[in-house]
Ligand binder design. Structure first.
Ligand code: GLV
Ligand code: GLV
Length: 326
């Protein structure tokens, strides 16, 4: 019998045909709706592989009821939706999609920084609402990006790719990371700072750290208070790294000037979320890696990983290496 691969979202036909060449494939078919939990659990119970996305909780409950499951190919670089310890205990290989999304996510992060600094979404709404009646010297003035200080929290591959873009804008590059990044220091002149120093010095604080036990709730009110009043906060990694209420309070109190957010504590946010009534917040629906090319490459990486497991080869982007008994 062919292995059963369950894909938790509607995906392009090319992906289904590639997997169908070797496996019995079923997919969730509704474009704008996530697979309901009970259906996911029911499919996981007989699946040999799952192709998941970041909103699917691959937790101990799911893994304990998935006795055939060999591999979860998560279509993301992040894997905070997955209980890695449980996966290893159940002998399930967990794979992610790093590298293919690095430049695409860095582009979006820098675009979000520019949009926030130059009030681009606000300006676009202004035009659409018919409010553009004349040119005025101080109409919709934002703040400069070039020659300012960017402070990158989380200098992984995406952080480094954002630093490259910042260098092209003649920005001074500060970063904070668990480990020093010698290559970024040498190639881009990036300067290491403690977390507090970075908060105090940066004009743009950009969060690109992965979500884990060490980063959950990293940004509290006191951290926004340490930033310059003119500083802008950009988050393109994961919402729970910040205390969202603290950010709302900080923006309302004027502790910082603006925020550009691609990620939120609980996604999707509803239309009445406090951020959406703030003119100085640019909010995007978690689209960091959302280019056609990159989303296809991410799904192809998932297929590569699933095929590797069934061919008894080590998957290229295995996260829980302790599961390997290949
Ligand atoms: C998306 O957020 C990802 O982790 O790839
Ligand atoms: C994290 O994995 C990154 O690529 O920045």
């Amino acid at each position: 019998m062919k292995p059963f691969v369950y894909v938790t979202r509607k995906v392009p036909d090319d992906i289904v045909s590639r997997l169908s060449a070797s496996y019995h494939v079923e997919t969730w078919t509704e474009e704008d709706k996530a697979v309901p939990r009970d259906i996911l659990l029911q499919k996981a119970a007989s699946a040999d592989a799952l192709l998941t996305v970041i909103s699917d909780a691959v937790n101990d409950e799911l893994l304990s009821h998935a006795s055939q499951l060999k591999v979860v190919a998560n279509m993301a670089v992040g894997f905070d939706n997955i209980d890695l310890e449980s996966a290893s205990r159940h002998g399930v290989a967990i794979c992610n999609t790093p590298d293919v999304l690095t430049d695409t996510t860095a582009d979006l992060t820098f675009a979000l920084l520019l949009a926030t600094a130059r009030r681009m979404t606000e300006a676009s709404e202004f035009v659409k609402e018919g409010k553009w009646t004349s040119w005025a010297p101080m109409m919709l003035v934002g703040t400069d990006v070039h020659h300012k200080k960017i402070g990158i929290v989380g200098m992984g591959k995406i952080g480094t790719a954002v630093a490259k873009r910042a260098a092209g804008f003649d920005m001074e590059i500060l970063y904070h990371n668990r480990k020093r990044h010698e290559v970024a220091e040498e190639m881009l002149g990036a300067q290491y700072r403690s977390f507090d120093e970075l908060l105090q010095e940066a004009d743009f604080v950009v969060c690109l750290a992965p979500l884990n036990d060490g980063t959950r709730g990293l940004f509290q009110r006191e951290h926004f208070q340490k930033m310059k009043k003119e500083a802008m906060f950009i988050n393109a990694s994961r919402g729970p790294i910040i205390n969202e209420q603290a950010l709302i309070d900080a923006l309302e109190a004027g502790d910082i000037a603006a925020a550009g957010l691609d990620v939120f504590d609980k996604e999707p946010i509803s239309a009445d979320h406090p951020f959406l009534s703030m003119k100085n917040v640019v909010a995007l629906p978690h689209i960091g890696s959302a280019s056609k090319e990159t989303r296809m490459a991410m799904m192809m990486t998932c297929c590569d990983n699933i095929e590797a497991v069934f061919d008894d080869r080590p998957p290229k982007t295995l996260v829980n290496k302790d599961v390997l008994q290949f």
